[in-house]
Design a protein around this ligand. Structure first.
Ligand code: PMT
Length: 221
């Protein structure tokens, strides 16, 4: 049985991958399944926290005792996270959020025109939710954790990302077409804004989640 070291705390976790629609049929998306975020939500609830899980396009069953808010796009995820973060002790952003979205949405299905080249897809920037909540904390002492999904120069990119985003902890994990996304396992290094580095060996996503909550609980004490 887990230590109830998050009892009385409200934590917000985001999970899954945002989808940015082009038309009623198509979207730009990513390979996140939501499993890492759901593991964070389950383990936080087991440690006594009240948990709000903001879930983007996941096909997973709601974890017991967790408030699940379902959203689709990055803009919707921002609204849901900002709202839930108002009274949160910690926010963990495990969701894979699209940095860009199509500039326009076609109300009807985009048709292919005989003999014509397709129109290019023009993108605009999405809000950076992690940077925003880190710069403008809803409560003093709120602990903010980001994830970094990297394919190369994993640690060097992670360190730069931690600085750019301004969060307290950044979980750096390597991803690929069939690496980490959708898997039951993960392996990571948790970087702290205080210069700390906590390696988490290859194992179930729950084990990484427990290490994240250990580090969060220490910062909340
Ligand atoms: O869902 P699974 O299949 O279990 O896979 C888990 C995972 C690989 C998705 C997860 O472990 C992970 O790495 N999640 C973060 C993915 C991501 O978007 O990484 P990023 O390096 O692009 O973004 C860095 C951080 O900024 C993330 O915390 C992200 O939530 C946040 N972000 C990114 C863009 C944006 N516009 N707003 C954000 O808040």
């Amino acid at each position: 049985v887990a230590e109830p070291d998050l009892k009385g705390r409200h934590v917000v976790v985001s999970a899954g991958g945002t989808r940015e629609p082009l038309d009623p049929v198509r979207f730009l998306g990513n390979r996140s399944s939501g499993k890492q975020g759901y593991a964070l939500a389950r383990t936080a609830a087991a440690r006594g926290a009240r948990v709000t899980l903001v879930a983007a396009n996941t096909g997973l069953p709601d974890p017991a005792g967790v408030d699940v808010v379902r959203i689709g796009t990055a803009v919707q995820l921002r609204d849901a996270v900002l709202k839930a973060a108002q009274d949160a002790d910690a926010v963990v952003m495990a969701a894979a959020v699209a940095d860009f979205r199509p500039a326009t949405y076609a109300a009807g299905k985009i048709k292919k025109q005989d003999g014509q080249d397709p129109d290019p897809i023009v993108l605009v920037r999405n809000p950076d939710i992690l940077a925003e909540i880190s710069a403008d904390r809803a409560r003093p002492g709120q602990v903010i954790v980001g994830f970094a999904a990297e394919t190369d120069d994993v640690l060097a990119n992670g360190r730069k990302k931690l600085e750019r985003k301004g969060c307290d902890l950044l979980v750096v994990n390597e991803v690929g077409e069939s690496k980490t996304f959708g898997s039951e396992e993960n392996e990571a290094v948790v970087l702290g804004a205080d210069g700390s580095e906590t390696p988490v060996p290859h194992g179930p996503k729950e084990a990484l989640a427990e290490t994240v909550w250990d580090l969060v609980a220490r910062r909340l004490r």
